[in-house]
Design a protein around this ligand. Structure first.
Ligand code: PLP
Length: 380
């Protein structure tokens, strides 16, 4: 039947679209490799799990799910506003920060516009631009994956509409200092919206970091995007939000679907936001885990980039893909850097001490296996 149907032509813009490659889920590796104990260090999830208070709030709400959720997320915006020192009309809540990036693209991007994306970084910025047929202007990070404000300013044209700053940056873990962010905002034309992705802001321990909110409060053209998927441990239920001047929020709301944030996500996020102990415990565990991971990698002579986030970018050389695949076959899921044009790297999420033990022992075995294969290969 379907052979008789004329192919329906999709929009031209779709030719640019690349599929997102997520970290492999645990069940898939269990099934594919027949492994029982899988360690997932691929998606920067919270190794402590969700806040128990969030889980309780979600359970308590289950009897109400025949009702539509609050389209304006009034209670959650109020809770966020109190926490962040802004008013509720500075806030928009979305189905994960990913949805917000799509909404920003749909709101602001015309095919003749450009967005600036310091690279390598999170792929969703490019996805949003490609969706709208908008040109992406990548600005390579400097040596050590450091942001360079002059490079970014030099990429500005009269077509530039949006500029993404991911800080700390995924996948490098590097960040933009407060001074540099301030200078950037001062020197950029005010017709450009800076989107400051602070998905990992809570993991930062450096003193000269800014989570961007102070610049929203000062009235600069900047939107801070945030998520409940990382430190709050609610990745599976999808909540993110944006903070910006009320005029910007109002404009984005024009393209938002009414019931984009489900009811369980709303009550879960409110409870998670109040659970300071869970956040502190996660922050503490991550700061220690990061140092532990550095030490273990150093002992193996493996190079890495020091991170202000809950993941570490690790340089393995030309065998990186082999190592990544072999780790997977042993039940250790990490992220291969190929998608970021970093084919000699993997990104490892910071986990529990047990996770790191499993990772390091598998890594040692895998590297020995590869050495052996090379020796056997050269004997042939
Ligand atoms: C994980 C992540 C997000 C958040 O994604 P959600 O859609 O909220 O799960 C946003 N930005 C970056 C850089 C991320 O790594």
């Amino acid at each position: 039947m379907s052979d008789n149907i004329q192919p329906i032509r999709p929009r031209q813009a779709l030719k640019q679209m690349k599929p997102y490659s997520p970290g492999k889920p645990i069940w898939e590796v269990e099934r594919e490799y027949g492994i029982e104990r899988v360690t997932k260090l691929a998606s920067n999830e919270n190794p402590l799990g969700p806040s128990a208070q969030a889980v309780a709030a979600i359970q308590a709400y289950l009897g109400e799910i025949h009702r539509y959720p609050d389209a304006d997320t009034v209670d959650l915006r109020l809770a966020l506003a109190n926490k962040l020192g802004v008013t509720p009309d500075h806030l928009i809540v979305t189905n994960g920060a990913d949805e917000l990036i799509t909404l920003l693209s749909e709101t602001f991007l015309e095919p003749e516009d450009e967005i600036i994306v310091p690279s390598p970084t999170f792929s969703e910025y490019e996805f949003g631009a490609n969706l709208m047929g908008t040109k992406v202007v990548p600005v390579p990070l400097q040596e050590g994956y450091v942001y360079d404000v002059d490079d970014i300013l030099a990429a500005v044209t009269e077509r530039t509409k949006l500029l993404y700053i991911c800080s700390p940056n995924n996948p490098t873990g590097t960040y933009m200092t407060r001074n540099h962010l301030q200078r950037l905002l001062k020197e950029l034309p005010s017709r450009i919206l800076v989107i400051f992705d602070g998905a990992y802001s809570h993991f930062v321990t450096a003193d000269d970091y800014s989570d961007g909110l102070e610049f929203v409060r000062m009235g600069y053209p900047i939107m801070v995007t945030q998520t409940f998927s990382k430190i709050y441990g609610l990745a599976g239920i999808r909540v993110g939000y944006g903070v910006a001047a009320p005029g910007i929020i109002h404009t984005i709301r024009q393209v938002k679907e009414p019931f984009n944030v489900n009811a369980l996500a709303q009550v879960g996020a409110i409870a998670a936001l109040a659970d300071d102990a869970h956040l502190e415990a996660t922050r503490e565990m991550n700061a220690q885990g990061r140092e532990q991971l550095y030490k273990q990698l150093q002992q193996l002579g493996i190079r890495f980039t020091r991170s202000m986030s809950n993941f570490v970018l690790v340089e393995l050389g030309p065998d990186a893909k082999r190592i990544y695949e072999k780790l997977m076959s042993k039940g250790i899921i990490v992220r291969f850097g190929g998608g970021w044009n970093l084919p000699e790297h993997i990104r490892i999420s910071v986990g529990t001490p047990e996770d790191h033990e499993a990772l390091i022992s598998a890594l040692v075995t895998v590297m020995e296996e590869i050495e052996l294969e090379k020796k056997l290969g050269s004997l042939k």
